[in-house]
Design a protein around this ligand. Structure first.
Ligand code: ZN
Length: 291
């Protein structure tokens, strides 16, 4: 699972077995994935998969990766731009082959992996769920997976031409309001944590941003409801800790009025690594079984 960092684990029967491995770690020469060259990301994943497998038999390898993933290729990844166009699935199969691991590799979108993980660990395998993943970027995942692009993190939620903070370069995007990089660019003097703290203490500029932050997520959710119907929306990732579901409910209710489209709800799922690792593995096992 690659989001803020890469987390690797072994999954058996929808459960994580043994310890979770994370890189880059404190000993690494790189502070973040964004700085790490593509080749080293692939080699790092392969090394961690080998360590997690520990000589045991592996049925399938699932990789949750941010961006547009198609046929095991990272077509684009605005927050990890060095990965654009990388045939990561193929590279990993060849690197792992050299290490004696011949299991098939399946790349899935990171937020789709979280959605599959939530479905597998919270008894939603029979239902349609959607997930917002709030971190450096804004991911959108769905379970079961469906054909399509689903880059709803780049939903247009503002018509203001000055809303230009999205990493992808698009104007008025959800990620341009909610993503970490976008928040840093908007508040050059404040970390996101401070923005939310100041809002609670009554600072007007921060408080009005926090309202807009929630309205933006409600708007993108309303767009998804108008396209795909109502349902359960989970909110995950590091910045889900700032979400007030009561506020989201109020805004969503203002934005969705047709009676057959009522009845959506939000739930915060703070842990993302473990859920996402399980989801990536479950998706891979499912894809391997279909082959
Ligand atoms: Zn964008």
């Amino acid at each position: 699972m690659a989001m803020e960092h890469i987390a690797v684990g072994l999954v058996e029967d929808n459960r994580l077995v043994g310890a979770k491995r994370v890189f880059p770690d404190t000993q690494s020469e790189y502070d973040s994935l964004a700085e790490m060259p593509a080749e080293q990301i692939a080699q790092g994943i392969a090394a961690q998969v080998q360590a997690a497998a520990d000589g045991g038999e592996v049925a399938a390898i699932g990789i949750g990766f941010p961006g547009i993933i198609s046929a095991n290729v990272v077509e684009d990844s605005p927050n990890l731009q060095q990965m654009k166009g990388q045939r990561l699935g193929e590279q990993l199969m060849s690197l792992l082959g050299e290490k004696g691991i011949s299991a098939p590799v399946f790349l899935v979108n990171d937020a789709d992996a979280i959605a599959a993980g939530i479905a597998a660990t919270r008894g939603h395998l029979g239902s349609f769920i959607r997930v917002w993943a709030l971190g450096s970027g804004v991911g959108f995942g769905r379970y079961p997976q469906a054909e399509g692009v689903w880059e709803n993190g780049h939903s247009v939620v503002s018509l203001d031409p000055k809303e230009t903070f999205c990493r992808c370069g698009g104007v008025g995007h959800l990620e341009g309001i909610m993503g970490r990089r976008a928040m840093r660019l908007r508040f050059l003097d404040l970390e996101p944590e401070e923005v939310f703290a100041h809002a609670r203490e009554g600072d007007e500029r921060c408080a009005s941003f926090v309202k807009m932050w929630h309205r933006a997520l409600a708007a993108a959710t309303a767009n998804s409801v108008h396209a795909g119907g109502p349902g359960k929306f989970f909110v995950s990732g590091p910045y889900s800790k700032f979400v007030q579901t009561g506020l989201l409910d109020i805004y969503l209710h203002e934005m969705v009025k047709m009676s057959p489209l009522q009845g959506s709800s939000f739930e915060i799922v703070p842990t993302s690594d473990e859920t996402a690792i399980i989801g990536a593995a479950v998706s891979a096992a499912h894809s391997a079984a279909e082959k």
